[in-house]
Write a protein that binds this ligand. Structure first.
Ligand code: COA
Length: 359
């Protein structure tokens, strides 16, 4: 079977997650196959003989001659698959076993009492989601969807739940320039949100502190949201020259009504936990002093309910919406691809990164 464009894009994301450097030879082969698959036969002038790095890249690409784009794409996917099969965290972990911190750089994933807990673990950055962390969250969710736990929980380490997208992600510009960066980011965002849309088990957010941006918008795709009374919910998209993602443009008006959704998604109003609960985004709020104890006691009791029944009930509740949610996700990602290139967004990001602005 020929690799689809989606397989190819997913392979590109997998490459970024390789734990071990595959070595220069493999990297050159990946580069050459990528160029061939996206641009066709080598079309660059041959670099000078002392320009060692570019000469090696040119040689590798040029050596592929007139290999068809589709074949290059397939070869790229096969090569990445051979590299990841030996290093993918989920393949090393027995279902239900403890997934130690060493498996993920930015998450702590544990499985106990029928509950898989995925904890954001960049407390010094307020758990901002870096590019690698997006990939790790997707991997952790995929592993959790197959393990023998009954409920999956997402939470944060430290005083924040999550401060949203890591704004420094926009500074890592690939050779294709900012347009290429925006394209890659839109693909990753669509995959990331898609993983939440398709997640098959009860998914619970334990919001231990303030939540910002995408960590708020995807809450509409969770099955229950428990919040500490210290938590706040903030989606400052207009302040950043952005637009909503995580399917919030669809789920928020449904959950809280269009007028309240507008205040959050367009005017960037920050909600307290109590307000978010009153508007239906949060299931229940607990005093911070007893939050962890009360929530985990409750979740442990829920995790003993029959797992198949819970899964099927989730399907019944959610499946009718899935197609619509995937369409919304694709549209939001494509709008954002444009927004990321806008002056409004670039200026706001630069202001934050140069410490001139905070929320
Ligand atoms: N992206 C990149 N870095 C972030 C971040 C984010 N989303 N959130 C926090 N950080 C970094 C801060 O820059 C700071 O880095 P430094 O130690 O190098 O100065 C560090 O994490 C700690 O955050 P700090 O700003 O000192 O904490 P605070 O309590 O004063 O403020 C926030 C916390 C979340 C209000 C503030 O960091 C902020 O406005 N972050 C941006 C949030 C954002 O816009 N997210 C995207 C939404 S779409």
């Amino acid at each position: 079977m020929r690799a689809s464009q989606e397989d190819f894009e997913s392979a590109m994301n997998q490459v970024k997650l390789l734990k071990k450097d595959p070595g220069n030879e493999v990297k050159l082969r990946l580069y050459a196959l990528y160029k061939q698959a996206t641009e066709g036969p080598c079309n660059m002038p041959k670099p000078g003989v002392f320009d060692f790095i570019n000469k090696a890249k040119w040689d590798a690409w040029n050596a592929l001659g007139s290999l068809p784009k589709e074949t290059a794409r397939q070869n790229y996917v096969d090569l990445v698959s051979s590299l990841t099969s030996s290093s993918e965290p989920s393949s090393q972990v027995k279902p239900g076993a403890d997934r130690g911190q060493q498996e993920y750089e930015n998450l702590v994933v544990t499985s106990e009492d029928g509950i898989t807990k995925i904890m954001f673990n960049r407390p010094t950055r307020k758990n901002a989601i870096s590019t690698q962390m997006y990939q790790e969250i997707m991997l952790a969710l995929k592993a959790a969807s197959k393990d023998d736990s009954t409920i999956t929980v997402v939470t944060g380490n430290g005083d924040y739940y999550c401060s949203g997208n890591d704004l420094a992600n926009f500074t890592d510009i690939p050779p294709g320039g900012v347009e290429e960066k925006a394209k890659q980011s839109a693909i990753m965002l669509r995959d990331f949100v898609g993983t939440f849309i398709d997640f098959p088990k009860p998914l619970v957010a334990v919001v231990n502190g303030p939540a910002v941006g995408i960590s708020v918008t995807i809450l509409g795709l969770f099955d229950a949201v428990y919040a500490s009374d210290r938590a706040t919910f903030h989606t400052p998209f207009s302040h950043l020259g952005l637009s909503p993602e995580g399917c919030a443009s669809y789920t928020f008006p449904k959950i809280m009504g269009p007028a309240k959704a507008t205040e959050m998604l367009i005017f960037g109003k920050k909600l307290t936990a109590g307000e978010a609960c009153a508007q239906g985004l949060v299931t229940e709020v607990f005093p911070d002093s007893t939050f962890q104890k009360e929530v985990w006691t409750r979740l442990k009791a829920y995790s003993k309910l029959p797992p198949n029944s819970m899964r099927i009930s989730k399907q019944v509740i959610r499946n009718m919406e899935k197609e619509k949610l995937h369409a919304v996700n694709a549209e939001e990602s494509s709008v954002l691809q444009e927004r990321w290139l806008s002056d409004e967004c670039i200026n706001a990001t630069m202001n934050f990164l140069s410490k001139k602005a905070k929320l």
